[in-house]
Design a protein around this ligand. Structure first.
Ligand code: SF4
Length: 454
């Protein structure tokens, strides 16, 4: 039996997180046009809006200061006047999509991400969302969530968004050790996290999530244990425990520390294993791909009932098939196609305010893409694949890779497909990658595209 350490060494290669398939770097951008994108939007809207509703993602990119580890599309500024003009751009873009829909959209899922959504004042968020909701219906079983920064989320933010239907909030914690916080330029006292968690619960939020990162500069086993223990003491409903993605060639802010300051591969994996064990011992369920939830949380319930779904926003309990991303760099998914908006605020705003779509690039799904996507989603969300005769559709290289995974004890073949073993759950991204035909066909260069799996 191959040891866990050997498996970690073997599978510590760059692989995507699979919030889409194909993943963005492997989109076929040459064979994409905005017209095709809008046709896919209209078709998916007509097929699914009335029954399932749609999802909306709003990218609010502004932050007052840069956290050096950050891999998001941000605009660093202390000038809060940008809130008004940016809100107008979002509303202009939404109006264009409403014209494409042709009738009233039913909003089922809404997520505010960034950047820092709580950079916006409560009043401006309220005005933006009220405008967004005009001429729409809100689904009776809605899922509204937002990302809050523990340092600047106020009681007024929480109350305002609660009154607009938000019940889930996710706080970026990352790490609670001062030395690590100094290195990543994100000083965030535990008291702030404690305060916003308490206030969220008192106001009535039913799900409070924390995002943590392992693999940050200066993290040690003991510092991660300390962080995780403090986090568990607040009993968040969900925890995302992400691997730090070191991509300084894409994010120069990450050059603020040396490679030597980062935990080496084996230590990094131990940080994850240590955190995971503490979460499981505290009663959390491993949802897959770095997510944990209390057994009573909707994610854990959906996993038990086989209803878990995954899209650009990560794991979700809703089964919508049209996700419209509004705002700079936002990504949309219309079942038959993907699209991403322009990445610079000025360019994005110029397009949408000139009544043009700000779509920058995209991908039209082929039949083969949709099949591989189903396989990857099943593995990521259910830990099983029931897609016989998938073995007749896969190529020789993929079949050999699956045999290798079986020999390493990561999967078992079943009557209708395959099932992940307990050890296999740790390598879920690697297992999904066997179905990633697009990446395999352009393998060269992947070293510089994704972070490592572990
Ligand atoms: S980590 Fe969050 S708060 Fe920090 S710069 Fe990135 S988006 Fe802004």
């Amino acid at each position: 039996m191959i040891s866990l350490q050997s498996l970690i060494k073997k599978y510590d290669v760059p692989v995507p997180r699979y919030t889409s398939y194909p993943t963005v770097p492997y989109w076929d951008v040459q064979n994409f046009s905005t017209d095709q994108w809008l046709q896919a939007v209209k078709r998916t809207f007509d097929e699914t809006n009335d029954e399932k509703g749609i999802s909306l993602y709003l990218h609010l990119p502004f932050c007052e200061s840069l956290c050096t580890y950050c891999a998001c599309n941000t605009r660093i500024t202390k000038n809060h006047k940008v809130e008004d003009s940016y809100s107008e751009s979002i509303i202009a873009e939404w109006s264009q999509y409403k014209k494409v829909f042709g009738h009233t959209p039913v909003i089922r899922e809404l997520h505010l991400g960034g950047g820092t959504p709580t950079f916006f004042s409560p009043e401006n968020l309220k005005n933006l969302l009220k405008s967004l909701f005009s001429d729409t219906l809100i689904h009776h079983d809605r899922e509204f969530s937002f990302e809050g920064h523990p340092n600047n989320t106020t009681e007024a933010h929480l109350k305002t968004l609660y009154n607009l239907g938000f019940r889930r909030v996710s706080y970026g914690v990352q790490d609670l050790d001062l030395k690590v916080q100094q290195a990543i330029h994100r000083i965030q006292p535990f008291e702030n996290l404690e305060r916003v968690t308490k206030q969220s619960r008192e106001i009535g939020y039913t799900s409070v999530s924390f995002d943590l990162i392992y693999g940050l500069p200066y993290q040690t086993l003991q510092s991660v244990v300390n962080t995780v223990e403090k986090v568990i003491s607040l009993r968040p409903d969900r925890i995302a425990f992400y691997s730090y993605a070191h991509v300084p060639w894409l994010k120069p802010g990450q050059r603020g520390y040396e490679d030597a300051d980062l935990p080496a591969d084996v230590l990094k994996r131990s940080l994850y294993e240590t955190g995971r064990k503490l979460f499981l011992d505290a009663g959390y369920i491993d949802i897959g791909m770095d997510h944990f939830a209390l057994p009573s949380d909707a994610l854990a319930v959906a996993q038990r009932e086989g209803n878990l779904h995954r899209n650009f926003m990560g794991y979700t309990t809703t089964q919508t098939e049209l996700l419209i991303g509004l705002g700079v760099s936002a990504i949309s998914d219309a079942k038959y196609a993907y699209a991403q908006n322009l990445k610079k605020v000025e360019e994005y705003s110029k397009e949408v305010n000139g009544d043009q779509f700000a779509v920058w690039k995209g991908h039209i799904q082929t039949e083969a893409d949709r099949f591989m996507k189903r396989c990857i989603l099943d593995i990521a969300c259910k830990g099983v694949l029931n897609e016989k005769p998938f073995d007749r559709i896969l190529n020789q290289q993929q079949l050999e890779s699956l045999k290798g995974l079986k020999n390493d004890g990561l999967i078992e073949f079943s009557e209708n497909g395959l099932i992940l073993t307990e050890t296999g759950r740790i390598f879920i991204r690697n297992i999904c990658s066997v179905f990633d035909l697009r990446m395999q066909s352009q393998q060269q260069g992947s070293e510089k595209v994704f972070s490592k799996a572990i």
